[in-house]
Design a protein around this ligand. Structure first.
Ligand code: PAF
Length: 301
């Protein structure tokens, strides 16, 4: 089934970074009746077709081309963390003081890099939806999850609530989280514990659980991350090792996003995962020798 182009562009969502997650949200938002435009690395002149596979079968969505002169009212950023500054540079002149931005990506540290944009209306989101893109025009919704939206600046709380209201029409589970910083840290902690290790041992997430050496390393990583996270948030988080093992088991056949990048010979997100952790550790005066070593090993590859 092919969905018709949506003509109502008053509240258009522009998706900056139409990879697996960007396309998944683009298809769901357009299916829910919102106008959506995709902004890729190269300008596209014709319509763009994307086939979305879900439990209910396949649906093709047709996206109208993005007009580079059209101001952007709603922007969902799903580019990789290290691509954020360059990707935003390309659309910067289309942003206004009213533009509402949702930042949804792995890793941390890019919110701070958005501070000089014309708009202050920036909310953050994190998702456990599973998606992959076997071809440029095809997205598989591999696992249903949840999306949490919140703000790091309480003045824009109403914007987070509005995004949740609009996105709930997609049928995806989208909830507001007043403690979004805590949730971002938790995702970062899981990524620190799993992603670089899958690169070092060149294995799917679940294989880490059958490897005594990898498990020992994961435990050391988790101990250090707990200290930094606890100090950054002013609380004493515990049970990270158990959580990391549970996520590895639940996603056992997944090739982590970092290992996928390495296999495609693309830049990894290590600077915004372990690198961000180490920046915070330095700021807080906490030694993290194990994570330091891992960062060096991943960067040396
Ligand atoms: O980055 C990833 O791959 C994922 O966040 C996770 C949870 C490690 C599962 O593969």
């Amino acid at each position: 089934m092919t969905a018709a182009l949506n003509k109502d562009t008053r509240n258009t969502w522009h998706i900056l970074g139409p990879g697996a997650i960007g396309c998944l949200f683009a298809c769901h938002l357009q299916q829910a009746g919102l106008a959506v435009r995709l902004i890729g690395r190269r300008p596209e002149h014709g319509v763009r077709r994307i086939r979305l596979n879900t439990d209910n079968g396949e649906q093709e969505q047709v996206f109208a081309p993005d007009h580079p002169a059209q101001p952007i009212t709603h922007l969902l950023i799903t580019v990789k963390a290290h691509q954020t500054t360059a990707a935003l540079q390309a659309v910067r002149q289309r942003l206004t003081a009213q533009t509402l931005i949702v930042l949804m990506q792995n890793g941390m540290g890019t919110w701070q890099a958005l501070q000089d944009l014309p708009t202050r209306r920036i909310v953050v989101a994190t998702t456990t939806e599973g998606a992959h893109r076997p071809a440029a025009d095809r997205v598989i919704h591999a696992g249903r999850g949840e999306t949490w939206v919140g703000t790091l600046d309480p003045r824009y709380q109403a914007d987070a609530a509005r995004v949740c209201r609009d996105w709930s029409a997609t049928g995806l589970v989208v909830e507001e989280d007043p403690e979004i910083l805590h949730r971002l840290w938790q995702k970062l902690a899981i990524n620190c514990a799993i992603n670089p290790l899958t690169v070092l041992y060149d294995c799917p997430n679940g294989a880490l659980l059958n490897n005594t050496e990898a498990l020992e390393l994961m435990q050391q990583v988790c101990r250090e991350v707990e200290q930094v996270m606890g100090s950054a948030l002013g609380e004493k988080p515990s049970g990270l090792f158990e959580l990391a093992k549970a996520v590895s088991a639940k996603t056992s056949s997944n090739i982590s996003s970092m290992l996928q990048d390495v296999r495609k010979q693309q830049q990894t997100e290590i600077d915004h995962i372990t690198g961000y952790l180490l920046d915070q550790a330095r700021r807080l005066g906490i030694a993290c020798p194990c994570n330091e070593r891992i960062l060096k090993q991943i960067k040396a590859r």
